[in-house]
Design a protein around this ligand. Structure first.
Ligand code: SF4
Ligand code: SF4
Ligand code: SF4
Ligand code: FES
Length: 953
């Protein structure tokens, strides 16, 4: 591997002490933080000490004895990785004796190691090889006829990496990475002395162990023992490009290691502030979808969805879409068309689509997938705190004493943050989980939640108010904080409300199903005086009829206990898609311009009108569900949908599909023929994150660069396609690079005023608000001295039972969620070996409910709601409580959203995915919807094949 691809390894982690010590290393004076190892201090002095078992992402272990040094006045040869620097020490890292000792150590290692460096996949990227050179080892005195491990069997069970024990030096880095960095504890060293070997689980193949394929052990391994299969196949990379993961809202930084235009591997970036060198199976390994043969790289057009597709030139496709949009507006009015921005695309691309809708379309009919996930966060936090985003950095959790996780499953959906949180929990922070399911974090290695409030789906608001009741009535309020920082009138009203007996844990237990004592205990723990309480929440909060109310309930509780405005506390939505924060920031909602400014505000509108040269409509446009309703009613006829699979991801699939079928022109821009594209008239090929420049904004409000590592497979980046469409519609756009789009965003959006690509490059990432009033790198923690809205506002959170009630006909509640290996609608991860972990959606059902219905593990079961019916296989498990069933939604043929209804949040229309009343019964055949889907899917794939066959002739 070329040296410039390697990141500097300081050997041991940095220490944060403010106390410093000064010492001398090889004659050079160096000053370091107290607690720093001699090895790291030496690096600061420009001296690299040989090492094998040490690496700066892990605590030192001191097993290889290669890093020995001499310390004046001390006997022996201490290991520099485990010896802390002390004031006045005189350290020598080089001497004939040290050279001899190190050579001896290396000789022993090499004597039990294959001598196949030239043909080894790690040749040039192997620390053992480097150390042989550094220590001057030229030959080995011991032959290979003694006992050795050279014939140990390779484990190739994991689809992404191999374990070759013949190459293992038992340095323990992998075991420590799995424990310290990832927190899975899947690896151990089995045996003793010469027999010591790394073993996954109970000496099982990696795939059968608890390993979740995060790659931390592979990253930590100094040899080719744990090695990416792509490196074995393709060889070492030639150059690397720093970019940002395109999966979840953690927004991990990666180095795309490249050979020409080919990705060799993705390695987590140590300077990526969201992940600090860690990764999960999706970002680290599941990037092969980007060049999957299913990618569509030619624009296509057809008159009706029953017609075969016809591959056409870009000019024809764009021209056709533009003329159809104009025809429809002429016939049915300006508001008969709209657009959907993508939370998978960059900020610049989302900005451009909403700009196109407001300028070229001349209306505000623009929405984004946040409608179906975190729109209640925007509303709820906006009402209480004054801004629509999480308050902290992910790193802030390292300062939390009590962590409350509500309606989120970080180990599955935000894995790198989960690892960070678990580390803090192992250090002693306490955990409260509010979730209907026994999610992994409730009990995982060395972690046990202090409280798991296993509430009934749909009763969040009753529970959060009961928690607040305990805080108010047991004297746990942070009164000084409230007096100083919050609005007195709203606080007084809220306090009186929550103190009512009807809101007590005892009174609400019948609603929530959570015993009162548990609620009281959890409230006391979260509100502990002098401790930092942090709340992290997910879609289990927002995707409810009272989603916005619950977000406000969380904000109330945090303010009432003084837990907003410093490190270690806060209210943090864990956002799902990589750029859902960004797409919201960029003005993707029908009522808001970029920066969350209402379209009815004439001053703000005036600024955009001046910059864009158009008159903007002051009335909010249609939300996604309104677009569907209007399509059913015949008044909405065309849609430009970029990077969003509304047919699979929105509730009540049949209703969505019927709405799309009622449209005259559906234009889909995507990398695959997704479920929505099967209803489209124009298909514009999109590009993956590897093929374009831009920025993503993660759940910490962190804006990071996305960098092009290969040209767009279809010729244009997504922002260029939007620009072509706009020009064809007669509204000129002439950007030559996304950087120019960001300059426009910064000029028009006060919270982005300090954002530029140069500043991102300088600081690695920026966090909005980022302007003249903030640090140059933006704002890490929000609301430090005061809330963005001035005084924090308490809002009354009256529990209202959802209309989606269990009945005799539908006696169970279905709730939905995600799994680690698959991502959202699965379009990307289903096209990777991640399917080996999870290749179907299953229905989880409690043993009691299963027995009542004669359902056994693996049986096919029909799930019926008032919206529709589908069939899945059953998993009988106690993870789920009686009366509740659960499924994921990663496979289109599962039809999970065929059953979800159009019940939605009162404030934002966010669908109530988490609560659907259903009946579950054993069945022998697919549902009518599934049979219809299979037929429709086959037809549409035939129409796609027809397009390529015509061109092939
Ligand atoms: S597999 Fe790699 S990291 Fe683990 S003990 Fe062996 S050489 Fe060290
Ligand atoms: S890939 Fe991750 S989970 Fe699996 S053994 Fe390695 S560190 Fe542990
Ligand atoms: S945690 Fe999220 S952002 Fe990080 S690697 Fe995994 S999917 Fe990508
Ligand atoms: S690097 Fe210090 S003992 Fe291995």
């Amino acid at each position: 591997m070329l040296d410039h691809l390697r990141e500097t390894d300081y050997g041991t982690p940095a220490r944060l002490s403010t106390e410093e010590v000064t010492l001398t290393i090889d004659g050079a004076q160096v000053t370091v933080a107290k607690g720093t190892s001699l090895m790291r201090a030496a690096m600061d002095a420009g001296v690299s000490v040989p090492k094998l078992c040490a690496t700066d992402s892990l605590e030192p272990f001191g097993s290889c004895r290669l890093c020995l040094v001499e310390v004046e006045g001390r006997k022996g040869y201490p290991a520099s990785c485990t010896t802390p620097a002390e004031a006045g020490m005189q350290v020598r890292t080089q001497s004939p004796k040290l050279q001899q000792l190190r050579k001896g150590v290396m000789e022993l290692y090499i004597s039990d190691h294959p001598l196949d460096c030239l043909t080894c996949a790690a040749n040039g990227d192997c620390e053992l090889q480097d150390m042989a050179g550094v220590t001057g080892l030229r030959n080995v005195r011991y032959g290979d006829d003694g006992a050795n491990h050279l014939k140990d069997q390779k484990d190739e069970s994991n689809p992404y990496f191999t374990y070759d024990p013949a190459k293992c030096i038992v340095c323990n880095r992998c075991v420590r990475a799995c424990e310290e960095t990832q927190g899975t504890f899947a690896l151990t060293i089995s045996g003793r002395g010469f027999a010591s070997r790394v073993s996954a689980g109970q000496d099982e193949p990696f795939m059968q162990s608890d390993c979740v394929s995060c790659g931390a052990c592979v990253q930590a391994c100094p040899t080719a023992t744990l090695q990416e299969k792509t490196v074995i196949e393709l060889g070492q990379a030639e150059h690397s490009v720093t970019t940002t993961c395109a999966y979840c809202g953690v927004g991990c930084g990666f180095k795309a290691e490249m050979k020409g235009m080919q990705v060799v591997r993705m390695t987590p970036w140590k300077d990526g502030k969201a992940n600090e060198g860690h990764s999960c199976v999706k970002g680290r390994f599941a990037w092969g979808y980007a060049t999957h043969p299913d990618r569509i790289t030619k624009p296509m057009v057809r008159a009706k969805i029953t017609d075969p597709w016809r591959e056409v030139s870009w000019d024809e496709a764009i021209g056709h879409a533009a003329s159809e949009f104009r025809r429809i507006q002429a016939q049915h009015g300006r508001d008969a068309i709209g657009g959907i921005t993508s939370s998978r695309c960059t900020n610049e691309e989302a900005y451009l689509v909403q700009k196109l809708v407001r300028t070229a379309f001349g209306n505000n009919n623009v929405d984004t997938c946040a409608r179906v996930c975190h729109s209640p966060t925007g509303y709820g936090l906006g009402q209480t705190f004054g801004t629509s985003a999480g308050t902290q950095t992910f790193k802030s959790v390292e300062h939390s004493d009590v962590i409350m996780v509500i309606g989120a499953n970080p180990a599955a959906a935000h894995p790198v943050f989960a690892s960070r949180m678990k580390k803090r929990l192992r250090q002693g922070a306490q955990l409260i989980v509010v979730d209907p399911r026994q999610i992994d974090i409730v009990k995982s290695p060395h972690i046990q939640a202090a409280y798991h409030l296993q509430l009934r789906p749909g009763t969040n608001v009753a529970l959060i108010t009961a928690l607040a009741h305990v805080v108010v009535t047991e004297g746990l309020l942070a009164e000084g904080y409230i007096d100083e920082r919050c609005d007195a009138k709203s606080f007084g009203q809220w306090k009186d409300f929550v103190a009512r007996e009807e809101n007590s844990p005892e009174a609400t237990a019948a609603i929530t199903g959570v015993p009162a004592e548990q609620v009281r205990g959890a409230a006391r723990l979260y509100a502990s005086k002098g401790k930092n309480g942090a709340i992290y929440y997910g879609l289990g909060v927002t995707e409810h009829a009272q989603g916005s109310t619950m977000v406000m309930g969380i904000a109330n509780l945090a303010m009432a206990t003084g837990n907003v405005g410093r490190e270690g506390v806060g209210v943090n939505p864990l956002r799902g898609q990589n750029n859902v924060q960004g797409s919201c920031d960029m003005g993707s909602f029908p009522h808001e311009l970029p920066g969350y400014r209402h379209i009815s505000d004439s001053t703000v509108r005036g600024q955009f009108e001046a910059a864009w040269g158009v008159t903007l409509n002051p009335e909010p446009g249609l939300r996604i569900p309104n677009m569907f309703d209007a399509a059913h009613a015949g008044s909405f006829k065309a849609l430009y949908c970029e990077g969003e699979d509304i047919v699979q991801s929105d509730p009540n699939t049949q209703h969505v599909a019927d709405a799309l079928m009622a449209m005259e022109c559906l234009v889909v821009q995507d990398i695959f023929l997704n479920e929505t594209a099967k209803y489209a008239h124009v298909f514009l090929p999109g590009c993956s994150f590897l093929e374009k420049d831009g920025t993503f904004t993660n759940a910490e409000r962190r804006i990071s660069r996305v960098r092009k590592v290969m040209p767009p497979l279809a010729g244009y980046a997504d922002w260029e396609v939007t620009q072509l469409l706009s020009n064809a519609l007669g509204y000129p756009m002439h950007y030559s690079h996304p950087e120019e789009i960001m300059q426009e965003i910064a000029a028009l959006t006060p919270s982005f005023a300090g954002v530029s690509y140069a500043q991102i490059d300088k600081h690695t990432s920026l966090q909005w608000p980022c302007n003249a009033d903030t640090d140059e790198a933006g704002t890490a923690t929000m609301h430090i001295d005061k809330f963005v809205r001035g005084k924090g506002r308490f809002i009354i959170t009256q529990y209202v039972a959802t209309d989606e009630k269990v009945t005799q006909r539908y006696p169970l509640i279905l709730t939905t969620g995600r799994i680690l290996s698959q991502y959202n609608v699965g379009a990307q991860t289903r096209r990777t070996p991640n399917n080996q972990w999870h290749d179907e959606d299953r229905l989880e059902i409690h043993p009691q409910d299963a027995e009542d219905r004669g359902i056994r593990e693996g049986d096919w079961v029909g799930i019926a709601s008032r919206a529709g019916e589908t069939v899945l296989r059953a998993t009988v498990t106690e993870r789920i409580q009686p009366g509740v069933v659960y499924t994921t939604f990663h496979f289109p043929e599962s039809g999970a959203n065929v059953i979800t209804t159009d019940s939605s949040d009162w404030a934002t229309n966010c669908p109530e995915y988490k609560v659907t009343a259903v009946q579950v019964m054993p069945v022998a055949q697919p549902s009518a919807w599934q049979t219809g889907y299979a037929r429709f899917n086959a037809e549409q794939l035939g129409h796609l094949q027809a397009a390529t066959e015509v061109v092939g002739k």
